[in-house]
Each structure stands twice: as structure tokens, then as C-alpha cells.
Design a binder for this molecule. Structure first.
Ligand SMILES: *Cc1c(COP(=O)(O)O)cnc(C)c1O
Length: 428
């Protein structure tokens, strides 16, 4: 495959955009080489500026769960655009998508829409602090909750790729209110509660972690977080930006039957447009302005194009629950195919998977937290990435990312992918 045009475009981009990209992980720093510039995409495929076709396992980092340029979404956005793209006034569609989301997700009465997952998590934390009148939060190493200040402390993927455990520009004052715990380590969490009595507003967690590869919660871990929060008057925030509307219609709350106090959404909920949302029981949500004193706002929040895209996406997921079992079956098929060809090739690896989130770690040991996620062999990952890329398979350009399976993938695509992995394994 040739990347001539992509290389030229990257040179031009670097002159006017820092690092040539508008989000760091796109820059291929973790794997080397030139980022691929996309021209268009349809279904399971990306078409780049050099005319290459790639089978896409990233799907815009999750949103395109039904494939690229999914027609009902595209049509709804086109029709809406003709009628005006933003008003800064309420529209009926905002209520419709809110009603639909509330009907799909357990334990929420009200939802507010924002423009990104970052905004959703940032707002959820403010709500939790305002509601509990406490300052501190607990987050887990390797979990990513967007790039707002409170969360840029051991924040997984993008940051791990660049070896920046913290970011300059985050003040010590902010950092001191973020307490760090290890994923899947409940004793660690209990010790933090012991040392910070009546000070912890919230625990924020990716209930299935996806930003250090895919890491499932250990048996009993989420239940234990729920209990410790309830015992201490602390709110449990599920950051379902990645898992929401992907692992089940109602997300991880439904999948594992655990009740969160606040839930954050992004990615799938926008159908590929910039949308995030946070939701909770009425009693909590009513503390938000204009009903309550906790301020949160957005000029483009609830934007008609974004809401049209999100509504069509949620409607599709709501009316065909078979989507989730198809995704499970396709991803399980891919998993067992990869297991077989990598084992046959004597490659040292571990695969983690929950539903349509899957990651391959080049490590013999179980991967269950940030420390074990980081111990994988990065050099092998780079070869794996480039081996797949030259065979027309696009996975995330970082060893710390999950693959997102789309319903647009056929079994033929999966077989093609497994064969490409078999070939690539010979080069590792
Ligand atoms: C992607 C992601 C975010 C941030 O969402 P953006 O839309 O990129 O701001 C937050 N939390 C999790 C779990 C994510 O995967």
C-alpha cells in the first residue's frame, strides 16, 4: 500500500495544526509512520486519500457501531441541516431523544446533552461535588474521562502513549482533589475512604475499562464500589462514554445489574456527531441550573444536527436489540480466530474482551489494571499494527486502545482479518 498523498497532507497539516492532528493519538506517535488521511468511509470500510481500502476496527473510537455513513443517520442530518443548523432555543427533538435515552437506560430520570464525552464527565463531577458539598474524587489509574483538569492524572491511552502521567498546565490545587486508585483493587479504594473521611464526593469509573486496552471489572468489583459509595454518602459515577449503548441498550448498569448515581455518555449517543450527555435520578439532576444552583451550559448543546444523528442511532439500537447479540457473536468469532492463529504462531499474548470491545496485549500474564496493561511488549505491538495496516486492516495506533467492532462487519471481513493476523504473526 502507498501512503504518498497521506504523507504530503501530513506535512501540510503540521505547518498549521500542532502535530498535524486535532487529537493526539491520531498522530501515530505510539507506532511510528504517517497517519492515514481519510477521504470517505462506508459501512465497515475506510477509503484513504491514496485510494487504499481499510477494514476499520476503530470506528471513530466507537461511535460508528452500525458502520460508517449509516443511512438513517445521514438522511436525518441532511434533512435537518436544510431547516437551520442551530438556534440556541429549545426544540421538540431534544425532548424526544431525552425520552428515548431515559427509556433505554436504567436508573435515570433526566438527562442533559453536551458536546463531548469530556464535557459530560466534567459536568458530572461538578454535579457530584455540588450535590454532596465535598471536593475530592476517586479515579482509577488508566481510566480516561476526557481531558479536563481533574482527570489528567494517570489517564490511560493518549497519555500513556506519550508517557505523560500528568500534563503541565494542570495545577497542583486541582490535582490534590483527585485521588488515584488501582482498577480492580477494592482494598485500595477502601484505604482512600479511610484516609479521607467525609471528603469524597464521587468515584468515577469506566465500568468496563477501555482506555488501557479492554479491561473487564473483576467479579464483585463494581458491587463493592456501589457498597462503599452508599455507606459513605459518595456518588458512584459510571463513565459510559465508551460502553453506553454499546455493551447493552442500557449500558453496563443493565449488563451487570449495578446501579450508578450519575452516568456519562458520548461516542455512540451522537451517531458520529459531537454529542455527550450526563444523566441521573431526578433528585440529583434537579440541582442543575436553572432549577438549582449548579451551573452548566452550552451554546451548541442539543444542537439539531447532533440530536437528529443521535436520535436515529438510539432508535436503531432500541428497535433492533438483536444488534447487541450480533456484535457479541461477531466479536467472539474474531476473538477465537485470533486466539488460534497467534497460538499456532507461538506469539505470547493475552486477549481481553467484553461484548464488542476487544484488545490484544503482547503479554503472557493477565491484564487487569494499568500496571499490567503497561507491561505488554510495545515493539511487538508496533510490528503487529504495521503488519495489519499493510494488509488493509486498521486498528488503533496505540497498544492501549480497545478495538470497536461494528455491526457492518461481515464474517468475510472477519475471516480476512484473521488471515491477515496469521500472516502478520510470522513477522512478529
Ligand atoms: C472517549 C472517552 C471520553 C472523552 O470523550 P470525548 O468525546 O473524546 O471528549 C471520556 N470517557 C471515556 C470512557 C472515553 O472513552
Amino acid at each position: 500500500m502507498l501512503y504518498k498523498r497521506s504523507s504530503e497532507l501530513f506535512v501540510e497539516a503540521n505547518k498549521v495544526i500542532p502535530g498535524g492532528v486535532n487529537s493526539p493519538v491520531r498522530a501515530f506517535k505510539g507506532v511510528g509512520g504517517t497517519p492515514i488521511f481519510v477521504k470517505e468511509a462506508k459501512g465497515a470500510y475506510l477509503y484513504d486519500e491514496d485510494g487504499n481500502r481499510l477494514i476499520d476496527y476503530i470506528n471513530s473510537w466507537g461511535p460508528m457501531i452500525l458502520g460508517h455513513a449509516y443511512e438513517p443517520v445521514v438522511n436525518a442530518v441532511v434533512e435537518k441541516a436544510k431547516k437551520g443548523t442551530s438556534f440556541g432555543m429549545p426544540t421538540a427533538l431534544e425532548t424526544e431523544i431525552a425520552q428515548l435515552a431515559v427509556s433505554m437506560v436504567p436508573n435515570i430520570d433526566k438527562i442533559r446533552f453536551v458536546n463531548s464525552g469530556t464535557e459530560a464527565c466534567m459536568s458530572a463531577i461538578r454535579l457530584a461535588r455540588g450535590y454532596t458539598k465535598r471536593d475530592k474524587i476517586i479515579k482509577f489509574s488508566g481510566c480516561y474521562h476526557g481531558h479536563s483538569d481533574s482527570f489528567l492524572i494517570a489517564a490511560g491511552s493518549g497519555l500513556s502513549t506519550f508517557g505523560m502521567p500528568n500534563s503541565p498546565g494542570v495545577t497542583e490545587g486541582t490535582a490534590k482533589d483527585t485521588l488515584l486508585a488501582s482498577y480492580n483493587d477494592i482494598e485500595n479504594v477502601k484505604a482512600l475512604f479511610e484516609a479521607n473521611k467525609n471528603q469524597i464526593a464521587a468515584i468515577i469509573v469506566e465500568p468496563v475499562a477501555g482506555n488501557m486496552g479492554c479491561i473487564p471489572p473483576a467479579k464483585g468489583f463494581l458491587e463493592a464500589l456501589r457498597s462503599v459509595c452508599s455507606e459513605n454518602g459518595t456518588l458512584l459515577i459510571f463513565d459510559e462514554v465508551m460502553t453506553g449503548f454499546r455493551l447493552a441498550k442500557g449500558g453496563v448498569q443493565e449488563l451487570y445489574g449495578i446501579q450508578a448515581d450519575i452516568v456519562c455518555f458520548g461516542k455512540v449517543i451522537g451517531g458520529g456527531l459531537p454529542v455527550g450527555a450526563f444523566a441521573a435520578r431526578e433528585e440529583i439532576m434537579n440541582h442543575l441550573a436553572p432549577l438549582g444552583p449548579i451551573y452548566q451550559a452550552g451554546t451548541l448543546s442539543g444542537n439539531p444536527l447532533a440530536m437528529a444523528a443521535g436520535y436515529e442511532m438510539l432508535k436503531a439500537l432500541n428497535t433492533d436489540p438483536g444488534i447487541f447479540s450480533r456484535l457479541e457473536e461477531k466479536t467472539a468469532y474474531l476473538e477465537s480466530g485470533i486466539q488460534k492463529v497467534l497460538t499456532d504462531a507461538n506469539v505470547v499474548f493475552t486477549i481481553n474482551r467484553v461484548g464488542s470491545m476487544i484488545s490484544v496485549h503482547f503479554d503472557a500474564n493477565p491484564v487487569y489494571d494499568f500496571t499490567t496493561a503497561k507491561s505488554g511488549d510495545n515493539e511487538t505491538f508496533k510490528k503487529f499494527f504495521h503488519g495489519l495496516l499493510k494488509r488493509g486492516i486498521y486498528i488503533a495506533p496505540s497498544a492501549y486502545e480497545t478495538w470497536f467492532i461494528t455491526d457492518a462487519l461481515t464474517y468475510e471481513d472477519l475471516d480476512f482479518t484473521i488471515a491477515a493476523i496469521q500472516e502478520t504473526a510470522k513477522e512478529l
